[in-house]
Design a protein. Structure first.
Length: 477
């Protein structure tokens, strides 16, 4: 982790990746676990795990290939009774309830799902009750084309077909002509819909419809229902969960930052010497936007930056800033400063953009040492003030390596004996101003000799600058 030392004039200009939560770090807790198949113990990939209660903490995760899932939630200093609901096509929905307190993670959950394969009305089922089916008594999900769809108009799959099978109280599939109503009992409220909203069972007791996404990401619960007013009976299915993901970019979840704000690219041309510029792009719910969302980049004053990149599955898009020989001079901030802008487009085709500021520094260092000569008495030491700056008076680039080596019989101590410089923009103690102490390490030798020490500066571009201070090791005979 680098420490950033930034002048007051740059506050508001330099944008780094910042999480949007405002609570204490102790309020953030992890909920994590694994979803397994009850009969085999095998992990279940693609199960939807929804945090349903408390309502203000609602969010959804999908298990990976090892059946693992995790949430990070902010309890805002309060204990909470948490409910998780877990579902997967062809499995019965399960729930998990527990209490959480701030500062205590729950990361060892093990949740088992039982298979819920529908009873067919078919041949070869030895457990099938014979005879003609009576009226509907149960509705079960038979299949779903996808449990995750994209927000409408973002590209990719924006609908999922689902099929329910209707059976009587003995498990026999009903015949043709029973009317089934479909409804969304919970969703993000972005215009998601089911078409058709009503269907009729076919000769196999099956009925099919489609869920279409709207303009918001989130979890949708759908339910199938049959009304039998003659018997004062309503037959409902278990709610089925579908995840709508990858919404449009929104300004509050769009950020841009460089790998290093201080980049040694001032006045040099080197195509291979680059600084990575990354944008993170999230939708309204803080989920990654659809993979392939375009982000456009531009540089002002100096530097050469790739013009565009597409987001990966995690919502990140990166380009390279190359050292192109420019010597920028910002009218407000001074020599070396440039601005990188990232742009993308929201759901209403409005351009949203963020900007970050970088400092291009010279690869060659200016090293000054005071006093300028070595004069150490027998067994004594001498402290030197050292200034290491770029050609414009700024700190050297982030990750610059500074070291001190000594001649025979001497040792060095201090903050630059072996130092990797942080990402700094302001000159001062610890960024451009240092000290080093040279000591006589061999007082038993009483012969006066010459002595020296060398300060070496190596920047990320590979430029090496050295300064050697010489003098004497005065000895008493």
């Amino acid at each position: 982790m680098r420490n950033y030392l930034i002048p007051l004039t740059l506050i508001g200009l330099i944008v780094t990746f910042i999480f949007q939560g405002c609570g204490s770090s102790n309020d953030n807790v992890i909920i994590a676990g694994q979803v397994l198949e009850q009969s085999t113990g095998n992990p279940i990939k693609g199960a939807i795990v929804e945090l349903t209660q408390p309502a203000e903490l609602q969010q959804t995760a999908t298990t990976d290939s090892s059946g693992n899932f995790s949430f990070s939630v902010n309890l805002n200093g309060q204990a909470a009774n948490v409910t998780l609901e877990i579902s997967k096509q062809d499995y019965s929905t399960a729930s998990q309830n527990f209490k959480m307190v701030p500062g205590t993670n729950v990361n060892d959950l093990s949740i088992e799902l039982a298979s819920s394969s529908s009873s067919g009305g078919g041949n070869g089922n030895n457990n099938q009750v014979g005879g003609e089916a009576s009226g509907p008594a149960s509705i079960k999900l038979k299949s779903m084309s996808s449990q995750t769809i994209n927000v409408a108009e973002t590209g990719g799959t924006t609908n999922s077909a689902f099929t329910f099978v209707v059976a009587d109280s003995a498990g026999r599939t009903v015949g043709q002509g029973y009317e089934v109503d479909f409804s969304i009992i919970k969703g993000p409220g972005g215009g998601e819909s089911i078409t058709p909203a009503t269907g009729e069972t076919n000769s196999k007791g099956e009925v099919t419809s489609n869920i279409f996404s709207g303009d918001s990401s989130g979890t949708v619960r759908i339910q199938a229902k049959i009304e039998r007013p003659k018997y004062n009976l309503t037959v409902k299915s278990t709610p089925v969960l579908i995840s709508i993901a990858s919404g449009f970019p929104v300004a509050k979840n769009f950020h841009i930052a460089p790998h290093a704000h201080n980049f040694d690219g001032y006045g040099i041309i080197d195509e291979s010497h680059t600084d990575l510029i990354t944008a993170s792009v999230g939708d309204l719910k803080g989920n990654p936007v659809k993979s392939g969302t375009a982000v456009y980049f531009s540089a002002s004053n100096g530097g050469l930056v790739n013009g565009s990149a597409s987001t990966d599955k995690n919502g990140y898009a990166s380009v390279n800033l190359s050292a192109n020989g420019s010597k920028p001079n910002d009218p407000n901030l001074g020599p070396g400063f440039i601005h990188i802008t990232g742009q993308t487009v929201d759901k209403d085709n409005n351009i949203i953009e963020k900007q970050t500021t970088l400092l291009l520094t010279t690869p060659r260092a200016n090293i000054t040492v005071s006093p300028s000569a070595l004069n150490i008495s027998n067994g004594g030491s001498q402290t030197f003030d050292v200034s290491i700056k770029d050609g414009n008076g700024y700190p050297m680039a982030a990750d610059t390596k500074i070291s001190v080596s000594t001649g025979q019989g001497l040792t060095a101590s201090g903050d630059i004996v072996s130092l990797e410089l942080g990402d700094y923009l302001q000159a001062g103690p610890g960024t451009t101003d240092f000290s080093v102490t040279i000591s006589d390490s061999d007082p038993s030798t009483v012969t006066s000799t010459d002595g020296s020490f060398t300060i070496k500066v190596v920047t990320p571009s590979g430029e090496v600058t050295t300064t050697t201070i010489k003098g004497s090791r005065a000895k008493t005979k």
